[in-house]
Design a protein. Structure first.
Length: 671
């Protein structure tokens, strides 16, 4: 046992007794299964770290390799945050050594009270859980909370040189693989210098002979520390052979505006949803309970970078939970104040999609998940961040209604998209589990192959009945729709997802919508809209075309959508019978085809449901005699979209303007 805990008093051996219920024990060397006291191994000092590095730094891969640098620079950052250092220098050498120097107080070098024969500087670097961060006396907040960071780095380095300047005296100690190579020595007097300098090289026995520091990664890690605490200046340098366009040989980082500067550089060149960055600070910088944030909504990839006491937390944690809660509540409250509909279904994911977040919190004695500190577990961090951001976000939204409106509309659109996707997944699951139970009143065809199969979409049960009798059961299916389909151009995602007619249609086609559309899953080769040859029929056809244009544009691009042309009139004279599509066609036929003697019988079909199925088959459904119009999109899809939005959208004034603009072209109005 380590002498850190003192010498243990000798304990008497327990009295030996014979257990008659068991056979006598065998000699330890008599069998491989023997297990005795000699098999219990005691690891002392830093040997556990070298045996099991993954327990302390997460592994021996390249991420763990760079984590060593993070542990060392975190100690210097703790000095800066505590107000004892204003400058940190980082140098990366071509020989693989990193040197981190600060102008803080310097690690104490005098003998430790519990170990009168050993320097405190040695204890800090060779004993696990030795440090000044277990209470708030030396540091109010710190990143190196566990007291194992620098000792772990020492254990996993084949060479480490530490220099401490205190009271104008320079002290040096040298380690190798966790053991002292050269004890603390007073190098001499120094002027205008104080603080700690640590130079180390990771052990190739642990990480492999080819492992090395990435100059770009170390450079970015150094710069990030300057963004996280505006009160410190970071000085970077590297050997010329390591410099590149990305990594300069020398640089100085000092960012008084902190994370706002960081965010501005991060989203440079991206298209923004909100013009301004939502940023701010709460509490005294670096003190317990202080928070700093910078949040921007863009069309970029987004993502959250969070920190606790300047330590990166890539797996998030309780501080991110507080941020999510504050943003969601704030946007919902603003929607309620402005009476914006559609915000009831908002979630934090809707608000944070494509959102770039920088969040830094300082708390006393934080709890992390594991020594690598990838995730914050301190419960109070949620409350601290929520309280800091809530009022600030409310004021930010209220100060710019135009910007707040853009953000709210964008978030609601994300929520509607999420609900639509969930509805489609439910439909997909229903299709997978109920393959034979097709939606609505669909009368499916008997063939399984999509090639040559046709789906007729008709209005109402009456038309559906006639179409079912007139169809060819082998390859023609009929889907009657009850009433007019929803106008998707003017509908929210909630309404679209809840509409049963649309759900039936999507399920019948089987191909999905928008980016989930699959040509291979389309169940029919031709989708034929067959409505009455009157104004109401034209309106229903327009609504259906709008649905396909918005929700299944690739179906149209694939040449699958058609319009049937049922006749409005049946004209007979003697043994001659013709059909007229509309009034103009009827007039044309009367003048050209029915000029002889005899009575002319003209029958006006009230709708497809009133048409005898034999006539419907002959005129509209039989491939031999019917006429179909294929629906295509003009080459300029954006122009077509503007037209659809203008004529089918939620703004009636746009349709009114269109009528006024085109009224002069109307030559015949049948009232």
């Amino acid at each position: 046992m380590s002498d850190l805990f003192g010498s243990a008093a000798p304990q008497p051996e327990p009295e030996k007794r014979e257990d008659k219920a068991k056979p006598a024990s065998r000699s330890a060397s008599a069998t491989p299964e023997a297990y005795g006291a000699a098999d219990i191994e005691i690891l002392e000092g830093l040997e556990p770290v070298r045996r099991r590095p993954g327990m302390y730094i997460g592994g021996t891969d390249i991420n763990a390799y760079h984590h060593l640098f993070a542990e060392v620079i975190d100690n210097s950052m703790d000095e800066a945050i505590a107000g004892h250092a204003t400058r940190i220098e980082v140098h990366l050498g071509a020989d693989g050594y990193i040197t981190v120097t600060d102008n803080g107080r310097g690690i104490p070098v005098e003998k430790h009270p519990k170990f009168p024969n050993r320097s405190t500087l040695e204890i800090v670097h060779t004993v696990l859980h030795a440090g000044g961060k277990f209470d708030s006396k030396a540091y109010e907040t710190s990143g190196g909370l566990h007291g194992v960071g620098v000792s772990v780095v020492n254990a996993l380095s084949d060479d480490m040189i530490v220099e401490v300047a205190r009271d104008q005296q320079l002290h040096r100690i040298i380690f190798s693989r966790g053991k002292v190579v050269q004890d603390v020595e007073n190098v001499g007097r120094v002027q205008n210098r104080r603080g700690t300098s640590t130079r180390f090289h990771p052990d190739p026995e642990i990480f492999g002979p080819t492992a090395h520091f990435s100059a770009g990664r170390i450079f970015r890690m150094t710069r990030a520390k300057a963004y996280l605490f505006g009160g410190v200046e970071l000085r970077w340098s590297c050997d010329e052979s390591l410099a590149s366009d990305e990594v300069p040989a020398k640089a100085v980082f000092h960012y008084p505006d902190g994370l706002k500067d960081f965010m501005s550089a991060r989203i440079d060149g991206e298209t923004r949803i909100t013009d301004e960055i939502f940023s701010g600070k709460s509490g005294r910088p670096g003190s317990h309970g202080s928070v700093e944030w910078a949040i921007a909504w863009t069309l970029g990839d987004g993502g959250t970078q969070s920190y606790c006491n300047t330590v990166p937390t890539p797996d998030g944690g309780t501080h991110e939970a507080g941020m999510r809660l504050a943003l969601l509540r704030g946007l919902k409250n603003y929607a309620e104040l402005t009476k914006h509909k559609g915000a009831a279904n908002l979630t934090a994911e809707d608000v944070l999609t494509s959102c770039s977040v920088m969040l830094s919190v300082f708390v006393r004695e934080p709890e992390f998940v594991g020594q690598t500190k990838d995730k914050l577990a301190s419960g109070e961090a949620t409350r601290i961040v929520d309280n800091a951001l809530r009022d600030a976000f409310d004021h930010w939204l209220a100060a710019s209604p135009n910007q707040a409106g853009k953000l709210l509309d964008w978030a609601v659109e994300r929520a509607e998209e999420r609900l639509r996707r969930r509805k489609e997944k439910e439909i997909d699951r229903a299709s997978a589990t109920r393959k034979l139970r097709l939606p609505g009143k669909l009368a499916d065809c008997t063939q399984n192959a999509a090639q040559g199969a046709e789906l007729f979409i008709v209005e109402g049960d009456s038309a559906g009945g006639s179409a079912k009798q007139a169809r060819s059961r082998a390859n023609q299916a009929v889907l009657p729709l009850r009433g007019k389909i929803l106008n998707v151009a003017g509908a929210s995602r909630d309404k679209l997802a809840a509409n049963q007619l649309i759900a039936d249609l999507i399920q019948a086609l089987g191909c999905g919508t928008r980016d989930r559309y699959s040509e291979d899953d389309l169940r029919y080769d031709k989708i034929i809209i067959m409505t009455d040859a009157d104004v109401d029929g034209a309106h229903i056809a327009s609504l259906l075309i709008t649905f396909f244009f918005q929700e299944m544009p690739r179906l149209i691009e694939g040449g699958h959508l058609y319009l049937a042309l049922p006749p409005l009139y049946r004209i007979s004279q003697g043994g001659k019978t013709l059909y007229a599509r509309d009034d103009a066609h009827k007039t044309e036929l009367m003048a050209s085809e029915f000029t002889g003697k005899g009575k002319v019988d003209i029958t006006r079909f009230k709708g497809l449901g009133e048409m005898p199925f034999a006539h419907l088959r002959e005129t509209t459904m039989s491939p031999k005699t019917r006429t179909l119009l294929q629906v295509k999109v003009l080459d300029d899809r954006e122009a077509t979209k503007l037209t659809v939005d203008r004529l089918m959208g939620t703004k009636p004034e746009a349709r009114f303007d269109f009528i006024q603009e085109n009224a002069a072209f109307v030559t015949d109005l049948d009232i």
